[in-house]
Write a protein that binds this ligand. Structure first.
Ligand code: PRX
Length: 664
């Protein structure tokens, strides 16, 4: 556990005595309403997952539930289905005896300026079919990769579902990433077509997405076509000019005008790829996490239904952007496979004022709200007066995701947003796991503030120590000891990295997620943060090496070391220690320039909070930078073991320098 960043104070966690049993009445009506669900799943996990899978629509049944050749799993072998059919067709074309959701709202959307749209399941079905035909006309076929670089508008969901319909593999890139990050992801997965928008709104400013695509395409040669959504189409003039390159770029609405109404869905094998999503790891190069169709759909369908206790008339708001896995699984695939109503919002929570989220909950009668601790801590800081003005009585369940939630934030969420009556589900999972892995079930789990409680039924989670021994009570690493349907299948184009990163710590049958965790005497999990060189800044994963490579790319920088430091709102913030090239002076304007450089190279989320210039960095005799010592310096902690350092004076000097900077 030497590397754990210790985001939470362990003694505070273990002293937590508060208990929150499911509210009266909740258990009775909940989908998961009896503790026996755990034992039932554990008795025969394959049969349990097969029951979930059978609630989806398949065109051919599977022959075998699981084929496990560690670390390679195939789920629902031989089964055929299509993800878009499961999210759309089966709701609009339900037989007469079934409940038809054709006229039910699938997506209720509000743009940041206040423009609104409601798309019924029929509208979404029609839009996805037409856009699937557009993609086919642009020569996209099964297996081709399509990049989606969009603001939070309904077309982002349409783009994903349409590529799923024709068997193309989507690669969504968060709209806050830079042109360079976009081109890296395009090149790594050899994308043939990009879907974007002229712009999206963020804090009252237009973010020029298409401009970033134009820049990205200067360093790629695989993209043949770009489809551009006009953000303000039919709703007034665009605030920015958008370049359209004849022959390569096409307006979405023009293509849709000419598209045929129905697109035959591609029959996909359960193990055919559904999407690639890049996430940061411990090297400078993000990993393309590969998810397949049958297992992923089963995982997100099951967890949406049970974790959020999703009912027919719920209005579900997951605040994540579709650029992250949370947006894939709980804005698009999980809720739509359940036939739920999803609310989607384009902009910032504090625009035009700090009560925007609460006004939206009141306006649309949101019943289930799923957000990140970093947002909750920001709301706390802004003060309850913003919350108190709104009627939040429609809420019945709250969720948290992305990073450990400290008990103070949990209690604030419970008291001020849930008004003491809504259960909170703190859900632990990852891009790699595809779906929620550790979580309370609101109808049956007694929660403890700050704990994600227990593994979802059918998931085998343990705490292991370095040697791979089970820790019944105490600290260690979270491990998943059996395969699960929505698990990643590989890293795109890099199978060896898949094996090395996730399946090598304790042998090929045990998945290593890279999180530190403690288990209490009731068997509850308390997540402690990453144990590798991955930071979690405002719920977003960023690799220290990625930021280091961006810094070293600057002409003035000789060497850089990046660490995360505990931050009141963001959970962690990025601190960089930089050695400049000979003769370059470390000025305040250079600090600004370097911060900007990182934002341009990666995206604003990777911008360092602060940069310290140093003549040297602490290194072992073999030349390895000791980030652990730099973390100690940044956190103002007593320095750990310095005996392996080549030059112990370096770290002392650095500390003095850092302290004088903090004091200034
Ligand atoms: O460290 C864990 C943290 O987020 C990491 C996964 O990040 P990403 O793949 O971007 O997916 C985020 C959304 C699922 C994990 O390794 N994490 C996520 N949820 C929690 C969490 N840490 C503690 N508690 C959580 N509920």
């Amino acid at each position: 556990m030497g590397k754990t960043a210790e985001p939470q104070n362990i003694s505070v966690l273990l002293d937590e005595k508060r208990r929150f049993p499911p509210p009266k009445g909740f258990q009775k009506s909940a989908w998961a309403n009896d503790q026996s669900v755990y034992a039932e799943a554990a008795k025969d996990p394959e049969a349990y997952w097969a029951r979930w899978a059978s609630e989806l629509t398949w065109t051919k049944p599977w022959k075998k539930v699981l084929e496990w050749k560690p670390p390679f799993a195939k789920w629902f072998v031989g089964g055929k289905l299509n993800a878009s059919v499961n999210c759309l067709d089966r709701h609009v074309y339900a037989s007469e005896s079934d409940y038809s959701r054709r006229n039910k709202a699938a997506i209720i959307w509000e743009g940041e300026p206040g423009d609104t749209r409601v798309m019924t399941y029929w509208d979404l079905y029609r839009g996805v079919n037409k856009f699937a035909n557009v993609l086919r006309k642009l020569k996209i076929k099964k297996g081709d990769r399509v990049a989606i670089y969009m603001p939070m508008v309904p077309e982002a969901a349409i783009a994903c579902l349409a590529s799923a319909r024709i068997g193309a593999v989507h690669n969504v890139v968060f709209g806050g990433f830079s042109a360079e990050s976009l081109s890296d992801r395009i090149n790594d997965s050899k994308v043939k077509l990009v879907i974007t928008a002229d712009f999206g709104w963020r804090r009252g400013k237009p973010i020029a997405l298409k401009q970033a695509v134009d820049d990205a395409l200067k360093s790629t040669d695989c993209v043949e076509n770009v489809v551009v959504v006009e953000r303000n189409h039919g709703r007034g003039e665009s605030p920015i000019q958008c370049h359209i390159e004849e022959g390569r770029d096409h307006w979405w609405h023009r293509l849709m005008d000419d598209a045929e109404a129905y697109a035959e869905p591609e029959e996909m094998d359960a193990e055919d790829m559904l999407f690639i999503l890049y996430t940061s790891g411990t090297t400078g190069k993000p990993k393309g996490i590969v998810h397949t169709t049958g297992g992923y759909m089963t995982g997100v369908y099951a967890t949406t239904k049970w974790v959020f206790d999703m009912k027919e008339d719920d209005v579900f708001w997951c605040t994540a952007d579709i650029g992250w896995v949370t947006g894939h699984s709980y804005v698009i695939y999980g809720p739509l496979a359940n036939g739920s109503t999803v609310f989607m919002y384009e902009g910032a929570p504090d625009w035009p004022e700090k009560n925007r989220f609460w006004k939206l909950i009141e306006k649309y009668g949101i019943t289930i709200f799923y957000t990140a601790p970093t947002a909750i801590r920001a709301f706390m800081k802004w003060g309850t007066e913003w919350v108190d003005k709104a009627d939040l009585s429609s809420l019945r369940l709250l969720g948290s995701v992305g990073e450990p939630i400290n008990s103070e934030a949990w209690m604030w969420y419970h008291n001020h947003i849930g008004k003491g009556k809504c259960p909170i589900v703190d859900t632990w999972w990852q891009t790699e796991t595809g779906a929620i892995m550790v979580t309370p079930l609101a109808g049956i789990t007694t929660t403890k503030p700050g704990s994600a409680t227990r593994a979802f039924p059918g998931i085998s989670a343990e705490v292991l120590n370095e040697k791979g021994e089970v820790v019944k009570e105490g600290g260690g690493y979270i491990a998943i000891t059996k395969p699960w349907p929505s698990m990643l299948r590989t890293i795109y184009g890099d199978e060896q990295r898949y094996i090395d990163t996730y399946w090598s710590k304790w042998g090929k049958g045990t998945y290593f997620p890279g999180d530190g965790v403690r288990r209490d005497k009731d068997g509850y999990f308390w997540f402690m943060g990453r144990v590798d060189d991955v930071m979690n800044v405002a719920g977003h994963r960023i690799g220290t090496m990625e930021v280091e490579s961006a810094l070293v790319d600057h002409k003035s920088v000789a060497e850089a070391a990046v660490v995360a430091k505990t931050h009141e709102i963001k959970g962690q913030a990025i601190y960089a220690f930089v050695t400049l090239k000979h003769g370059i002076e470390g000025t305040a304007s250079l600090i600004d320039e370097l911060k900007k450089h990182v934002a341009t190279k990666i995206g604003a989320i990777a911008r360092p909070e602060d940069i310290v210039f140093s003549a040297d960095l602490p290194k072992t005799r073999s030349g390895k930078i000791m980030r652990r010592l730099l973390r100690d310096i940044a956190e103002g902690k007593a320095l750990g073991d310095t005996t392996t350092l080549a030059d112990p004076a370096v770290v002392e000097n650095l500390r003095k320098q850092y302290e004088s900077l903090e004091g200034s």
